[in-house]
Design a protein around this ligand. Structure first.
Ligand SMILES: NC(=O)c1ccc[n+]([C@@H]2O[C@H](COP(=O)([O-])OP(=O)(O)OC[C@H]3O[C@@H](n4cnc5c(N)ncnc54)[C@H](O)[C@@H]3O)[C@@H](O)[C@H]2O)c1
Length: 446
């Protein structure tokens, strides 16, 4: 144990035993004086999506900014003038006074930044997706589980704060559609690309391109990867295998969250997937993946299917056009259907027994409480009970399932999965594809 960690552990024990105070990872005593009521945060990936976090972060102490583009660092510094600057997140994470990290970098670095941050005893908010391979998200989840009595984590699926998420969960759990039989989720965004962009020009002086590539295999610079407007530039690189996971990790993270939140799901026992012809450079647009999710103590085993790029579940009735819902979820029960997008839901009792007598509507005092705000939930958790809605266990299992589906798509056969050990039991090729290869000098566990 390092001297710093030892001191933190000592302070934590002493404070809890003594005054009931909370010690933040930096070693400051929360609650003892006003300035220490704020978290010392490193914002890694400081522009683009990060701007959506600026206002919330301004109420804390942003003490470090890290971005591979020095131009973006300068823009972020206007909002957070007191923060130290870094271009390499590995150096940033060694700053001594940190409590927490907000990670808004490219997807292919998420698991690295989060894992290194947790290894340094830091709370983490990481933009979705949590990682780009089954192995990456398992490593991050395991690290979180090891530290869950010390660290607060949140995967950036902020739509989770919509009250509709709670209402959908209540209706499904309370039996509004009878016994659950199947779940479908879908997304219609289609970004077609032929392959990696060819070499073109050279990186601007402000951009550390080698650090942008980071652990992924090298690809030549092309300004096209950086041509999107701030906050949506991810759409310029996230469909390439070495940088992202296409719509599976993008809108799939948000949309499957709506389903996953209502299921208390566990890792799938098997998965099959079909889609357009495999392209070794670009993730598929058209894709359908079906996962078998084991039973739990309130529902039977159910299949969950993810559809994207034009693939859609069949409509329960002719006059309902599911295509009008860009990103949605449909739950099928033995007494009806529940169809939802992020903020709305339709309940559809169906069949001759669908008289709703089986439905135990919950009393008003059992309605699930709304949250104060998704980002605020994480700030509060860092300073308090460590509880968040989309921690790295909940979010980790959900994205592990989705990324396993991508492996089944690549292998082209139904995969049997041992979720306990993270092993595909019927395909050595599938097993190999659970992990990505990294450039020399990069390790997930630093
Ligand atoms: N939750 C949401 O609704 C939502 C919306 C948009 C984007 N996102 C997520 O946010 C992330 C960033 O997306 P974006 O559109 O802002 O992308 P982007 O390409 O604009 O990158 C964001 C910032 O990170 C910097 N950066 C990239 N790699 C870095 C690295 N290794 N170290 C430090 N800085 C690095 C970039 O220079 C840029 O300033 C993605 O993972 C994306 O999935 C989430």
């Amino acid at each position: 144990m390092s001297k710093i960690v030892e001191r933190r552990e000592f302070l934590k024990t002493a404070a809890v035993a003594g005054a009931g105070l909370l010690i933040l990872p930096s070693g400051t005593v929360f609650g003892a004086n006003k300035p220490s009521n704020r978290l010392n945060i490193a914002l890694i990936g400081a522009y683009g999506r990060a701007m959506a976090h600026y206002d919330g972060l301004a109420a804390e102490n942003v003490v470090a900014l890290c971005d591979v583009d020095e131009g973006h660092l300068a823009l972020a510094a206007k909002k957070f003038p007191k923060a130290k600057h870094y271009v390499d997140w590995r150096k940033c994470l060694d700053q001594k006074n940190l409590d927490a990290v907000v990670c808004c970098t490219t997807d292919h670095t998420h698991a690295f930044v989060t894992n290194w941050a947790m290894n340094r005893g830091l709370h983490v908010y990481c933009e979705k997706p949590m990682g780009n391979s089954v192995e990456e998200v398992r490593v991050v989840r395991a690290n979180y589980l090891k530290n869950k009595d010390k660290l607060a984590t949140q995967v950036g699926t902020q739509r989770h704060e919509y009250e509709n998420f709670n209402r959908v969960r209540e209706l499904i759990m309370d039996g509004a559609i009878g016994e659950l039989k199947a779940v479908h989720a879908w997304g219609n965004r289609q970004l077609r690309r032929p392959g990696y962009l060819p070499a073109e020009g050279s990186p601007p002086k402000t951009l550390h391109y080698d650090l942008w590539i980071g652990p992924s295999p090298m690809h030549p610079y092309n300004p096209g990867y950086f041509s999107g407007h701030p906050g949506a530039n991810c759409l310029q690189w996230n469909m390439y295998w070495d940088f992202g996971t296409g719509q599976v990790g993008d809108m799939g993270s948000h949309t499957m969250d709506l389903a996953w939140n209502a299921l208390d799901g566990g890792l799938p026992t098997s998965v099959e997937a079909t889609g357009e012809a495999f392209n070794p450079e670009v993730t598929p647009v058209e894709l359908k993946m079906t996962f078998q999710i084991p039973a739990n103590n309130w529902r039977p085993a159910v299949p969950i299917t993810w559809h994207q790029g034009g693939a859609m579940p069949p409509s329960p009735m002719e006059f309902i056009d599911l295509n009008k819902i860009d990103h949605g979820v449909m739950f099928k029960g033995d007494k009806g259907f529940l169809i939802a997008d992020f903020q709305n839901r339709i309940l559809l009792p169906y069949g001759k027994d669908a008289n709703m007598t089986y439905y135990n509507r919950r009393p008003a005092d059992k309605i699930l409480p709304s949250m104060e705000g998704f980002q605020q939930e994480w700030f509060n958790a860092c300073k308090g009970n460590l509880k968040t809605s989309c921690d790295f266990n909940y979010g980790g299992m959900m994205i592990e399932m989705m990324l396993l589906g991508m492996v089944a798509y690549r292998v082209g056969k139904t995969l049997e999965y041992d979720g306990e050990n993270g092993r595909v039991s019927n395909s050595p090729e599938g097993n190999d594809l659970l992990r990505r290869k990294y450039r020399k000098g990069w390790t997930l566990n630093g």
